[in-house]
Design a protein around this ligand. Sequence first.
Ligand code: ADP
Length: 443
Amino acid sequence: MLFDILSSVFMPTALGLLGWRLWGWPGALAGVACGAAAVQVVHTLRGRRFVQWLREPDLNAPSSTRGLWGDAAYRVAKMLRGERERVRESAQRLDDFLAAIQASPNGVLLLDSEGRIEWFNAIAGSHLGLDAQRDLLQHIGNLVRQPAFTAYLAARNFDSDVELIGQQDRPGRPVRLSVQIFPYGAGQQLLLSRDITALAQAEAMRRDFIANVSHELRTPLTVLAGFVETLQTLPLTDEERATYLGMMATQSERMQTLISDLLMLSRLEGSPQPGMSEQVDLGAMMALCQTEASALSSLLYPDDAKPQSLIFGPVPGFGLTGSASELRSAISNLINNAVRYTPAGGRIEVRWEQLPDGRARLAVTDSGPGIAPEHLPRLGERFYRVDRSRSRESGGTGLGLAITKHVVQRHGGELQISSTLGKGACFALCFPAVRVQVFGACA
Ligand code: ADP
């Protein structure tokens, strides 16, 4: 800069002195004027070059101009470089934010002050059936046309959410969404959508469960109340009284069985998985189950000419690790069901085997009525019954298979059911190889 000032002073002075020496005062004036004009031309040319560079600034070569203009170009370039770095960082941060929002399991959608869609993540797109190319800047109310959402938008009360049907909802595969709008900034709105299908299903299951339990308890309670009233109001003979008391005992036993099955289910759900330390003696357990099955069979078909044939396979040459009480309950549920649902004269076979892959399998096969294929996937749901009256008559609670399924799954195994209607059914428990301990095998 100092050089610029000196050269601006030096040039007119030098030319003025030269003019003065050559032509006296007129020469001096002409010299100063020429010097000033030359300085002006140089500045104008440099200024032009600077302005040209400014139009498309190359930040790596901040103008070839020297002097004051060169200095200005250098400073502008430096400022622009800083600005560009800040813009790049902001863009990077924005990209990171958008990537994080894209990764969110919830739908996020931004609306402008008019309710038009500005941006949304992929989840919001799939929840609400929006297309990122087609639907930007469209009014949300024109695209999501469920009456509940239209009413929610119109009410403008965004303190709570609204439940909508998801775009991917199909018959038999419901999808439920919770959608809520949060106002922000200058009239903009943030819309969040969340898949609450599992929650809604759990809530529906809870409601069904309570309704089922109430229903199961109400029947014996109504019967009991009726008998109590009869005993209180009618003059009965000793024999009649004994009959009524016997029927009352049956009903209270039914309630007790139901409560104990419910408690068993809640214990199974609330306790940790059975460990690997307890070794279950399957031989002793199967002997107990056999005695119990014979007793039940003769109780159900006492005077029948054709008793059921109960066939128990050989004692398995292996044991299982797990909870003996749970396994006992699961196995006797299957055997008792086979006895209860197979008519007199039918055949029930119970057999353990070790599969080639090391797993252990217990199959309970009967020659009973069998189960139609449409019921098979639902067996194991609480209170799901195929033959309601047979279940109740024989003291069933509708929870036996649910308990069995739970127990086998807690042991890492599965309940397999196969059946041909009219020809019988096979219920099998399959346990993983890690739980099988073959006798005599080296550790
Ligand atoms: P329940 O106490 O009613 O027997 P479960 O959960 O043990 O309840 O069984 C559910 C339903 O499955 C029964 O109500 C019955 O209709 C059917 N079921 C179970 N075992 C058999 C079987 N061996 N043969 C035919 N149907 C069966």
